[in-house]
Design a protein around this ligand. Structure first.
Ligand SMILES: Nc1ncnc2c1ncn2[C@@H]1O[C@H](COP(=O)(O)OP(=O)(O)OP(=O)(O)O)[C@@H](O)[C@H]1O
Ligand SMILES: [Mg+2]
Length: 351
C-alpha cells in the first residue's frame, strides 16, 4: 500500500447491540479525496470515528500508511494520537478563550512539538489557509468561514498525510460553502493529502471527490467516481440521492422500458435482474409545443420559476414527469405539451 493510503476491511461497529456500520471495506488511495455520502444515520460519522480511533469497532482491520492501527482479531488498537491523522469536525471545536495562533498551537504543544519549532509551524499553516494576518485575533471574533479555516489550519499544522473531515462546511452559508470547498480542494491537492470526507450533500461530494462511497444503513450501496455515481446509479436509492427526479417503475423489453399506458422509452443499457425502474434527469427531457417524432403527449400541471431555468411538472396518463428548460410562454400551467427523452439519457435501476 502506498504512503498515505487508508485501508478499511470488514469494519463492524455497533453502538450497544445495534450495528451502525455493517462490515464495510474500502480503501482511500494516497492523495485522493474519498467521500462517504449518505443520508442522516447511515453510519458516516461512525466510520470516520473508527478510522480516527475514537470508536472501538467489534470487527475488522484498519491500516494507515501500510501500518495496522486496528485489528480486532489481534487486539491491535492504536490510540488516535498515534494514527498520524488529523480530523476536522462540523462544530470546528475551536477554543473561544484563545487567539487564532493559540488555537493552532494547542494541538502541536499537546503532541510535544518544541517551542522553537512551534511558531514557524503555526504561521505556515495559518498562511496556507489565508489567516496569517489574524494570528493574534481572539477566536471568538471570527466569521464562520474564518473559524472553519482555523479548524483546517489546526488539522494540517502537524503535517498529517491523512485528514478526516466530518461535514466541515455544513455550518456555513451557501456562498461561503462554495468558496471554502474550492479552497479545501486546492489545499488538499497542494499538500498531497489523503482525505476521507463525510457529507450528505451530493453536489459537494461530486465536486470534491476522486471517488464516492454511497452509504445506506451501515453498508456501502455503491462506490465509484463522481461521474459514475451521477450518471449510472445502480439502485433506486442512489438515483434518488443524486437527484434523479424521474424514477418510473417499468417492465423491461429489449433495450426499452415499457411504462403504463403503452409508453415505450428506449434505454441505453441492459436491465438489472428483478424489478426495475427507468430513470432520467429533468434536464434530459425535451419538450415540444406540438407533436414530434417519438414524443408523448402530456399536460403541464405546474411551471415553477427556478432562476436559471423553469421546472415543469407534467402529467402523462398516470405518469408524473419532471422536466427543466428555459421559460416559454406556451408551456404555461394547463398547456398541452409533448415530451421525449434520448435513449442515452435513460437508464435502468433495480428497485
Ligand atoms: N453514541 C451513540 N449511541 C447510540 N447510537 C448511536 C451513537 N452514535 C450514533 N448512533 C447511531 O448509529 C447510526 C449511525 O450514526 P452516524 O452518526 O454514524 O450517522 P451519520 O451517517 O453520521 O448521520 P448524520 O448525517 O446525521 O451525521 C445511527 O442510527 C445513530 O442513531
Ligand atoms: Mg454524522
Amino acid at each position: 500500500m502506498s504512503a498515505g493510503a487508508v485501508s478499511v476491511q470488514a469494519l463492524l461497529v455497533a453502538h450497544g447491540t445495534v450495528p451502525a456500520v455493517r462490515g464495510i471495506s474500502f480503501e482511500a488511495r494516497a492523495g485522493e479525496v474519498l467521500t462517504l455520502l449518505g443520508p442522516s444515520g447511515c453510519g458516516k460519522t461512525t466510520t470516520l470515528r473508527a478510522v480516527a480511533g475514537l470508536e472501538a469497532p467489534r470487527e475488522g482491520r484498519i491500516a494507515i500508511d501500510g501500518r495496522t492501527v486496528f485489528d480486532a482479531a489481534r487486539r491491535t488498537n492504536l490510540p488516535p494520537e498515534r494514527r498520524g491523522l488529523a480530523m476536522v469536525f462540523q462544530s470546528y471545536a475551536i477554543w473561544p478563550h484563545m487567539t487564532v495562533f493559540e488555537n493552532v498551537a494547542f494541538g502541536l504543544r499537546a503532541r510535544g512539538v518544541a517551542d522553537g519549532d512551534l511558531a514557524g509551524a503555526v504561521r505556515r499553516s495559518l498562511d496556507l489557509v489565508g489567516l496569517g494576518a489574524l494570528a493574534e485575533r481572539p477566536a471568538t471574533r471570527l466569521s464562520g468561514g474564518q473559524q472553519q479555516r482555523v479548524a483546517l489550519a489546526r488539522s494540517i499544522a502537524g503535517d498529517p498525510r491523512v485528514i478526516l473531515l466530518d461535514e466541515p462546511l455544513s455550518n456555513l452559508d451557501a456562498q461561503l460553502r462554495l468558496a471554502m470547498r474550492a479552497e479545501f480542494k486546492a489545499l488538499q491537492r497542494r499538500l498531497g493529502l489523503t482525505a476521507i470526507y463525510v457529507t450528505h450533500d451530493q453536489e459537494e461530494a461530486l465536486v470534491l471527490s476522486d471517488r464516492v462511497l454511497v452509504m445506506r444503513d451501515g453498508a456501502i450501496e455503491q462506490a465509484g467516481t463522481p461521474a459514475e455515481i451521477h450518471d449510472t446509479p445502480r439502485s433506486r436509492f442512489v438515483a434518488e440521492f443524486v437527484g434523479v427526479r424521474n424514477i418510473l417503475p417499468c417492465e423491461v423489453a429489449e433495450a426499452a422500458a415499457l411504462l403504463p399506458g403503452g409508453l415505450r422509452l428506449p434505454v441505453r443499457e441492459a436491465a438489472p435482474d428483478g424489478p426495475a425502474a427507468v430513470c432520467f434527469r429533468p434536464i434530459s427531457v425535451q419538450l415540444f409545443p406540438h407533436a414530434a417524432p417519438g414524443a408523448h403527449p402530456a399536460t403541464v400541471v405546474a411551471a415553477t420559476y427556478l432562476g436559471d431555468f423553469m421546472q415543469y411538472e407534467l402529467r402523462c396518463g398516470e405518469l408524473a414527469i419532471c422536466a427543466r428548460g428555459l421559460p416559454r410562454p406556451d408551456f404555461a400551467e394547463g398547456a398541452p405539451v409533448f415530451w421525449s427523452v434520448p435513449a442515452d439519457a435513460c437508464f435502468l435501476v433495480a428497485t
